[in-house]
Design a protein around this ligand. Structure first.
Ligand SMILES: [Zn+2]
Ligand SMILES: [Zn+2]
Length: 251
């Protein structure tokens, strides 16, 4: 098994020391995770300690990978390009956290939910998801339906915008992040929903699995639900990355 989306520095919670990285590896090992990818948020790029990462990689038998989670903003190409070429990553995750450059997953600032009718907010969100996928900059699309985080669901049917998004994802040849962090949020659901994951599966879109851990105890969290979930949808393997080249592991 793999856990390919997690944060050691997280939101500045701890420095990226060998010891802190190994604390994550320890939990990974206990939970049967063979490969673990560290993907800090791009705004903590300067906190990534490549030497500590390399030293930790020598000291653990968990396969350690280095990635980054880029916050996709369509008019910030230069900043994104800088961040995603700054270090020798094994893979790059592109995640949409914003509509109109405003965070949609912030626990305290939810003004955007009052400004937009929910259906229109979803429309704007998925337009950004399609743009992120089609930008061709990323190996992985992070938590593709994060917009459901606070359980605000539109009254109108969104099947069409999901189909359109699944088409764009398939066309862009990007891997989808099946991210269990949603289980720990108000929505209490894995990202993506079953409906969206089935659309991806029908189109042959490959996946990674992740916990989006922000602390060692969260490594592999939710896998008792996400592994049966993806298997039930029909997936039999996950993608791995090394030096931005894909491999696979059986599920
Ligand atoms: Zn994210
Ligand atoms: Zn994350």
């Amino acid at each position: 098994m793999i856990d390919y989306h997690l944060h050691v520095v997280a939101h500045g919670d701890r420095p990226m020391t060998v010891e802190n990285i190994l604390a994550y590896c320890e939990v990974a090992k206990e939970r049967g995770i063979l490969e673990m990818g560290i993907t800090e948020h791009d705004r903590y790029l300067d906190e990534i300690d490549l030497a500590a990462f390399q030293e930790a990689r020598e000291k653990t038998d968990v396969g350690l990978r280095l990635g980054i989670e880029i916050d996709f903003v369509s008019n910030k190409e230069e900043r994104m390009e800088h961040d995603l070429t700054a270090l020798p990553y094994d893979y790059v995750i592109g995640s949409v956290h914003r509509v109109d450059n405003e965070e949609i997953d912030h626990p305290n600032h939810r003004e955007i939910y009052d400004r937009y009718e929910t259906y229109d907010l979803y429309k704007a969100y998925y337009a950004n998801v399609r743009a992120a996928a089609l930008s061709g900059r990323f190996d992985v699309l992070g938590h593709p339906d994060l917009i459901k985080i606070f359980r605000r669901f539109p009254q109108r049917d969104i099947t069409e915008m999901l189909e359109e998004t699944a088409d764009a994802v398939a066309e862009s040849d990007i891997v989808v992040d099946v991210n269990a962090a949603g289980l720990r949020k108000p929505v209490a659901e894995i990202y993506p929903s079953r409906k969206l994951l089935e659309m991806f599966h029908r189109r042959g879109v490959p996946i990674i699995l992740s916990s989006d851990a922000h602390a060692p105890c969260e490594v592999g969290a939710g896998y008792e639900q996400s592994i049966p979930f993806v298997r039930d949808v029909g997936y039999r393997e996950v993608v791995t990355f090394e030096n931005r080249k894909r491999g696979t592991l059986p599920l």
